[in-house]
Write a protein that binds this ligand. Structure first.
Ligand SMILES: Nc1ncnc2c1ncn2[C@@H]1O[C@H](COP(=O)(O)OP(=O)(O)O)[C@@H](O)[C@H]1O
Ligand SMILES: [Mg+2]
Length: 162
């Protein structure tokens, strides 16, 4: 019997490169999969303390940062820094962790006014939402994490391997 070979539809639009082809490590995860991704991120990027989270509103930046903080043993309430630009937490080992949300800043001078250098160059973890608002003052060698909505239940989380 002749095998039925499915014809590939002709499509001139380029196939988007996979995360691996782009040199990124990435995978689609649901909420329940976040703890293991958080652990892996901390392991593979142990030397990088400044982590910038790129993604649209509702992508899952706060949720993933919350999971990373929990992995580091933070027990205080973790939510987006709504009323200030930065929230401060304490890890299990007692070191500080800073969580920024720059969504509401209108000018880079607001980052200067809050004394960003004291945080970014403190050696503590700095997890940053809306880094595109302050890209010019990010220290070199920060870790870039991309979060994309794939389905309602999953997010693609990618970062560049170090
Ligand atoms: N990995 C995930 N899988 C499925 N839903 C997620 C995931 N991460 C976050 N969400 C959901 O997406 C919504 C927005 O998350 P949030 O962290 O507040 O986004 P952001 O901080 O990027 O605006 C929440 O309802 C959250 O439960
Ligand atoms: Mg958020």
């Amino acid at each position: 019997m002749k095998k039925h070979i499915k014809k590939q539809p002709k499509d001139d639009s380029p196939i988007p490169p996979s995360p691996l082809e782009r040199g990124l490590r990435g995978e689609a995860v649901s909420i329940s999969g976040l703890p293991s991704v958080a652990k892996r991120l901390l392991e593979t990027c142990a030397d990088k303390k400044i982590v910038a989270f790129y993604g649209k509103m509702g992508a899952g930046k706060t949720t993933f940062i919350k999971t990373i903080c929990e992995t580091l043993g933070v027990t205080s309430v973790i939510s987006s820094p709504t009323f200030s630009i930065v929230n401060e937490y304490s890890s299990a080992s007692g070191t500080k962790i800073f969580h920024f949300d720059f969504y509401r800043i209108n000018s880079i001078s607001e980052a200067y006014d809050m004394g960003y250098e004291d945080y970014f160059y403190s050696g503590a973890y700095c997890f940053i939402e809306w880094p595109e608002k302050i890209e010019e003052i990010l220290p070199p060698n920060f870790l870039k994490v991309n979060i994309t909505v794939t389905t309602q239940e999953q997010r693609l989380i990618e970062w560049n391997p170090s």
